[in-house]
Design a protein around this ligand. Structure first.
Ligand code: ADP
Ligand code: ADP
Ligand code: MG
Length: 650
């Protein structure tokens, strides 16, 4: 066994690996970028080595710097986590050439699964069912469109080098094929440096069911399946294990196919074989097809750990150190059901835009496993994935595990950034999901219902007004009201884009009445605790003008200065600003150009996603203030339209 390992990653996965390694008695070395000098994974490690600038290319993707850090600190092995260098065969080869152990599969196995076309060909040979389609070398438009005809529409075009849902296009009819092919290719060229694509049958009512496998280089076992069908734009949102509706027969067939896939490439360590399943007619043993294999630990591995009792990171470290597989297939069993929800800093009403911010307060409720890489006071920066935590629950039945997930999501406390908590909560409460009726189209179909604005109650506003005026203290006089002023104060609050005015009136030493749009809410201090409208106040946090109430899923409000607001109204309408910090990828317009409403003017890339910036109205561009390649802050002015004549605007 090793005595020291280096973790070549950051965030929640680095912390999660350190926890297990530490429990095994190993010394842990962290690496960090300039942006992460004070990060949680650095604090948790026994030693930490700086490896460069904030951008991944300057730090977490610098294989040679990471290997040098391992050598300098006496680490014998490197755990790659997921993302970054975890599926880079050249890095694996370099680690081994330096006399160190890579905690993961061989470079050869990673290469075999690296490209989706080659992987599909290999799996066909190994007798694993693959999605019907074309994955040949001839990339001419004619060949590909003919293949699409033969497969039968709808078809899916996929970048062979794709990942994270990029470079993928659904094509419903032949007339749209050429254009979809062009855009898939260009996205693939930009994102992966490889424009090649494959074409496959688009499975109806698709479910994403994947099988966790584990190999020792010769033999492999499977640790059952996970259902990851709740996706938004091909990205997983909530995962669970086992899959709802799974039969013994189909589980055996999928498990056997996944083990065949792993053994066909001499797989060592943890891996995931992803299948697409036709869910239109229940689960059938002949209704699943290989999509791809991820040759690493998966983000959603905790749900498998919860139902099997296996610590997958412990297995990874033991097998990498030369031990055989810890148990045989027969010894693995499923206990209960588990869910994982991915909590992100993102602005759901704005179209799920990734957000940044300093987490003024962060706390997780009891009754769940929260895997996180941040603490209160830490910053979600624009450089990395904006994940705050993974919230995992387990229970003896699916119903119980799901109700525990709902409770856990209600109890998460995050202040300092917007989050997708309310969206996750709505999803966890979705009736079809509760019945186990999942498919990858569920979120898109019911998006309106899943993203309704949280109801802002009179009690919420009354409590926020108390916090805004500093009157929410546990004891002491109700300061701010003096005898020679009227015993009333007005507070203007902004919640979810709406302005609310609350009037507070002091009735007695421990009694305030709040007027909220004609509704009266009694606020009484009983002992040291305020009761709002007869119910105990929830915990709250204030940072400058932002107030967060930790009621179910949290509610964020801002205190408005009514004068400043009137002055700001109307200004800035002609300026297109960066909705978040990011990199300007492309600019399609020039000063002097006439544009029409909705025209794409520029593309901003931030945190794994590209966002088109559109013209807000018809007009002429007065000024283009950025060019491709510029890093911009949130709110930076990018493009200005010529002002419209006063009369015309009126
Ligand atoms: P999983 O199947 O394990 O859920 P994801 O597709 O969510 O995998 O990706 C796992 C990790 O890989 C992400 O958290 C991220 O760190 C990294 N990743 C995935 N796609 C990209 C991408 N396009 N650019 C950068 N990192 C990515
Ligand atoms: P990535 O490398 O981006 O993860 P995948 O091949 O795993 O790409 O596909 C991502 C997602 O796209 C799947 O989880 C599924 O929701 C959807 N998908 C992929 N292939 C198909 C298909 N043939 N039919 C329907 N949906 C598909
Ligand atoms: Mg995938």
């Amino acid at each position: 066994m090793f005595d020291t390992i280096l973790i070549a990653n950051r965030g929640e996965i680095a912390c999660r690996v350190i926890e297990t390694a530490r429990a095994m008695g190993l010394r842990c070395v962290a690496v960090y970028s300039d942006a992460d000098a004070g990060a949680r994974h650095v604090q948790m490690a026994d030693a930490a080595v700086p490896i460069g600038g904030a951008a991944p290319a300057d730090s977490y993707l610098r294989g040679e710097a990471i290997i040098a850090a391992a050598q300098a600190t006496g680490a014998q092995a490197i755990h790659p986590g997921y993302g970054f260098l975890s599926e880079n065969p050249d890095f694996v080869a370099a680690v081994e050439a330096a006399g160190l152990t890579f905690i993961g599969p061989s470079a050869r196995a990673i290469r075999a699964m690296g490209l989706k076309d080659a992987a599909k060909a290999l799996m066909e040979e190994a007798g694993v069912p693959v999605v019907p389609g074309y994955h040949g070398a001839d990339q001419s438009g004619d060949t590909l469109s003919r293949a699409a005809e033969e497969i039968g529409y709808p078809v899916l075009i996929k970048a062979v080098a794709g990942g994270g849902g990029k470079g993928m296009r659904l094509v419903e009819r032949a007339a749209d094929f050429a254009e979809a092919l062009e855009s898939a290719r260009s996205e693939a060229r930009t994102a992966f440096g490889n424009p090649d694509v494959l074409v496959e049958k688009y499975i109806q009512k698709p479910r994403h069911i994947e099988v966790q496998v584990f190999g020792d280089g010769t033999r492999a076992v499977h640790l059952f399946e996970r259902d990851c069908s709740l996706q938004r734009r091909h990205q997983k949102v909530i995962e669970e294990a086992p899959a709802p509706g799974m039969t013994q027969e189909m589980r055996a067939a999928m498990g056997a196919a996944a083990v065949r896939a792993a053994e066909a490439i001499g797989y060592s360590g943890a891996g995931t074989v992803e299948f697409i399943v036709d869910g239109s007619d229940g689960l059938r043993p002949d209704g699943f097809w290989f999509m791809e294999m991820n040759t690493r630990l998966q983000v959603e591995h905790p749900v498998t750990e919860a139902i099997t009792g296996v610590d997958l990171v412990e297995w990874q470290i033991r097998v990498a150190s030369g031990e055989p597989l810890p148990v045989a297939q027969e010894a693995l069993t499923i206990t209960g059901h588990a869910f994982e929800a991915r909590l992100y800093a993102e602005d759901v009403p704005a179209g799920f835009l990734p957000a940044t911010g300093t987490l003024a307060h962060l706390a997780f409720p009891a009754g769940c496993r929260a895997d996180t890489g941040v603490r209160s006071g830490d910053t979600i920066s624009p450089f990395y994935d904006p994940m705050i935590a993974k919230v995992i629950t387990h229970g003896p039945t699916r119903d119980i595990a799901l109700s525990r997930l709902r409770a856990a999501l209600k109890g998460c406390e995050v202040a300092g950034t917007v989050t997708n908590l309310a969206f996750l909560g709505a999803l966890a409460a979705h009736e079809g999901f509760a019945r186990g009726e999942v498919d990858t189209g569920l979120i898109a179909r019911d998006l309106d219902q899943l993203t309704v604005a949280p109801e802002v109650t009179a009690a919420d506003l009354a409590q926020a007004a108390l916090v805004a005026t500093g009157l929410d203290g546990a004891s002491g006089p109700l300061t701010g009201f003096t005898l020679w002023q009227p015993l009333a104060r007005q507070v203007t609050l902004l919640a979810d884009g709406e302005v609310h005015v609350v009037t507070l009136r002091v009735i007695g030493p421990d009694h305030i009445r709040a007027d909220v749009a004609g509704e009266e809410v009694a606020c009484e201090r009983l002992g040291s605790l305020w009761h709002i409208g007869g119910r105990p106040a929830v915990a709250a946090h204030r940072e400058a003008e932002r107030i967060t109430l930790f009621r179910a899923h949290g509610l964020s409000l801002s205190i408005l200065d009514p004068l400043a607001r009137a002055a700001a109204a109307g200004a800035g309408a002609d300026v297109i600003e960066a909705p978040m910090p990011g990199l300007v990828k492309a600019v399609f317009a020039e000063a002097g150009e006439t544009v029409t409403e909705g025209q794409r003017l520029a593309v901003l890339e931030a945190m794994k996603m590209e966002h088109a910036l559109l013209a807000p109205r018809d007009g002429v561009l007065a000024e283009v203030m950025v060019s491709a390649g510029t890093q911009v802050e949130a709110g930076a002015a990018l493009i200005r339209l010529e002002a419209v004549e006063e009369e015309a605007a009126a």
